[in-house]
Ligand binder design. Structure first.
Ligand SMILES: [Mg+2]
Length: 194
């Protein structure tokens, strides 16, 4: 299968950004109660103002550099790579490709294909690469990708995405669970083709 994989909160541990905000920027966000996806909502800044500050002060790159990998992601991604084509699809911009590639390789994760959209719109990438499955942590992306392309989506559970899911979008908590789900989805696809 051709699998699309988001980076932040999917390959990286979703707590990473909040840890950075608390340790380096002096916030005290309780991750378990972090029901908002957008980081600026935890500050007094508007979204564009927040990201201007993050980029100009070097915090954006630092967050990415210091992100923690999601547990078991290393082992599972290498197993998946044996049987599938893996494409990272991130909303990060091309400007941070160097730090992103460096992070992926320094954590010894597979790196064949990395698409940086610079926006939350990943639907065109899903279509252009004919992806057959997508893995995401942002609720709105998971829903829109499934609605617009009909492919199955695995949503990595986080406090900020706990809303009702339609059939075809499956909530998972761990990469081991993702591995099982992918095997299950592949089996169903083969059966449906017969
Ligand atoms: Mg994400």
């Amino acid at each position: 299968m051709r699998i699309g994989i988001d980076l932040d909160g999917t390959v990286t541990d979703p707590r990473s950004c909040f840890i950075y905000m608390n340790e380096s920027l002096g916030y005290s966000i309780d991750y378990h109660r972090a029901t908002e996806y957008e980081l600026h909502t935890y500050t007094t800044m508007e979204q564009h103002e927040f990201w201007k500050f993050m980029i100009e002060e070097g915090h954006e790159e630092a967050i990415y550099r210091r992100s923690l990998p999601h547990s078991d992601v290393l082992e599972v991604l290498w197993k998946l790579k044996d049987e599938h084509h893996l494409h990272y699809v991130t909303a990060r911009s091309e400007a941070v490709r160097p730090v992103t590639e460096e992070w992926i390789t320094s954590h010894r994760l597979p790196l064949d294909s990395l698409v940086m959209t610079g926006s939350h719109d990943k639907i065109n990438v899903v279509k252009d690469l004919s992806l057959e499955l997508f893995m995401e942590d942002r609720y709105e992306n998971a829903i829109s990708i499934h609605e617009e392309t009909s492919i199955p989506v695995l949503l990595f559970d986080a406090p900020y995405n706990r809303k009702t899911l339609p059939e075809g979008v499956t909530r998972i908590s761990t990469w081991r669970e993702a591995h099982h789900q992918i095997a299950h989805i592949e089996k169903q696809m083969i059966l449906n083709q017969r």
